[in-house]
Write a new protein. Structure first.
Length: 202
């Protein structure tokens, strides 16, 4: 496997399999990519699917296919379009992430901006604190149609539906429907319009 680095303006022709891909400039790819590590410090758009061990984005990226990884770190802004999955064992987001498909992870930690159709996982923690790069694209906080996990902590999140076993709903949350079968803790000014399930208030 080979390494590739784009410093200026370039294009990855034919997709392929790589060891390390580094985007420091502006690049695009119309095919699917496989790599051990994809690092985006500039601007990148890919029309195909992405399969990597690690994805690190400090810049701006748009993916028109699915993204599958073991570990994803986002300090910049990523948009996933066309309903593609954005999936990893671990996702750490200090920047912005927008997806019209499903975001899934064993462990998802967000301390930034998140806009998604569906978020599912084992342990999900979301703090709505948009950083400077995310504010370039939106002034809203975190929102989702569906959030589902075994363990959930939400702060400043707007959601239509939330499902889980052990749920903490923090300050600034507005949730239409919540179903809990375990423990439920509600903090501060959180608003939940409908609560169902077999749960214990803690």
């Amino acid at each position: 496997m080979r390494d590739i680095k784009i410093d200026g303006v370039g294009k990855l022709y034919g997709g392929g399999e790589y060891r390390n891909i580094v985007i420091d400039g502006v690049a695009e790819c119309e095919e699917s990519l496989r790599a051990q590590r994809l690092e985006i410090d500039g601007k990148f758009q890919c029309s195909g699917n992405i399969d990597v061990e690690e994805l690190h984005c400090d810049g701006i990226a748009k993916f028109l296919g699915y993204v599958h990884a073991k570990r994803i770190e986002l300090d910049g802004y990523v948009a996933v379009e066309n309903g593609g999955d954005f999936a990893a064992r671990e996702i750490l987001c200090d920047g912005g992430l927008k997806s019209d498909g499903q975001i899934s992870a064993d462990h998802l930690f967000v301390d930034g901006f998140l806009d998604a159709k569906e978020i599912v996982g084992e342990k999900i923690e979301i703090h709505s604190t948009p950083r400077a790069v995310a504010r370039l694209f939106t002034r809203q906080g975190c929102k989702a149609e569906l959030i589902e996990a075994t363990e959930l902590y939400l702060e400043g999140v707007k959601a239509e539906e939330v499902n889980g076993q052990h749920i903490t709903v923090g300050r600034g949350c507005v949730i239409e429907r919540l179903d809990c079968n375990g423990t439920l803790h509600i903090e501060g000014n959180a608003v939940i319009h409908q609560i169902t399930g077999s749960y214990t208030n803690v």
